[in-house]
Ligand binder design. Structure first.
Ligand SMILES: Cc1cc2nc3c(=O)[nH]c(=O)nc-3n(C[C@H](O)[C@H](O)[C@H](O)COP(=O)(O)OP(=O)(O)OC[C@H]3O[C@@H](n4cnc5c(N)ncnc54)[C@H](O)[C@@H]3O)c2cc1C
Ligand code: FES
Length: 265
């Protein structure tokens, strides 16, 4: 884990309300894994006081070495609004990489990835890593859901790493199927269950995905984006209920990625 002052390399508008920010980072991020996150703060500023957590969207490579990381983020409040105003050369305080990551057991050949809204952020890093681990992306599928067409991100990025089947859903029907992302997921799992399901998105979606995985006995890992204050296991701000009644886990150090059956979903 590194705590460092880093420089912004770029901060570009992806589409309405969503940005990509590239920043320099310690070369040790070459060991970062998909699903891990960083905590970002504005140096020497009081507002917002607390660091904000973001998944690593992509490692930035320069001459074959890790030179930085890219985050994909949605503006929802004070911290992300302020982040959207950062310019090339500005300084940020970066802490990471933190937390658990998506596991790719040996002999994993065919997977389904489910992303709801900004839950797509860690999934590009995951797809690129799956491809290197020998997973057949042409046989795998990604299911991307959002409220409307502006919430469907990164489709072409997934295709560029070899993913052939991309299912799109929106709640308002402005793109893809007018439905919840779990509808085409369940249809596809019922047809032929994958070796593993990976999911990241809002809690109701995570619950529905976990239920489908249980029903069809497909191993499933989920990333939980709960509120976080310290990101280090010190404040108890990120408690999630474990599968054992009354047992709570920290999303920041026991997660954010969990085997779905470890949680009370
Ligand atoms: C492990 C992890 C990884 C994350 N990865 C990403 C990412 O890659 N890209 C991204 O855009 N966001 C990500 N998030 C969510 C992101 O941290 C929050 O959106 C951000 O902290 C909001 O800060 P803010 O100051 O703009 O909003 P605030 O002013 O703090 O809050 C604005 C509103 O957003 C809600 N909110 C704040 N945090 C969350 C959250 N975690 N989940 C749901 N609602 C929230 C608040 O309740 C409030 O209603 C991640 C969260 C976690 C825990
Ligand atoms: S965010 Fe402080 S304990 Fe997890």
């Amino acid at each position: 884990m590194f705590q460092e002052r880093v420089k912004v390399l770029w901060n570009t508008l992806e589409c309405s309300g969503y940005y990509r920010i590239g920043m320099q980072s310690n070369p040790g991020y070459s060991r970062a894994k998909p699903g891990q996150f960083v905590m970002v703060r504005f140096p020497d500023e009081v507002t917002p006081l607390l660091r904000r957590p973001f998944s690593i969207h992509r490692l930035i490579l320069h001459q074959g070495r890790t030179a930085g990381i890219e985050l994909l983020y949605k503006v929802v409040g004070t911290g992300t609004e302020k982040l959207s105003l950062s310019r090339k050369g500005d300084g940020l305080d970066l802490l990471g990489p933190l937390g658990t990551h998506f596991k790719i057991p040996e002999n994993t050949r065919r997977v389904f990835i489910v992303a709801g809204g900004i839950g797509v952020a860690p999934m590009f890093f995951l797809s690129a890593t799956l491809e290197k681990a020998g997973v057949d992306l042409t046989e795998s599928r990604i299911f991307i859901g959002g409220r409307s067409r502006d919430d469907l991100l990164c489709m072409n990025d997934f295709i560029s790493v070899g993913m052939r089947t991309v299912h799109l859903t929106t709640e308002d029907g402005s793109a893809g199927l007018r439905d919840l992302v779990t509808t085409p997921l369940e249809r596809a799992v019922a047809e032929r269950a994958p070796d593993r399901i990976y999911a990241c998105g809002p809690l109701p979606m995570i619950r529905a995905v976990a239920k489908i995985a249980r029903r069809y006995r497909a191993p499933c890992q989920v990333s939980i984006e709960s509120l976080m204050a310290c990101g280090l296991g010190a404040c108890l701000g990120c408690a999630v209920e474990g599968a054992d009644p009354g047992k709570y886990l920290h999303a920041c150090i026991d997660g954010p990625v969990f085997e779905a059956d470890r949680l009370n979903l």
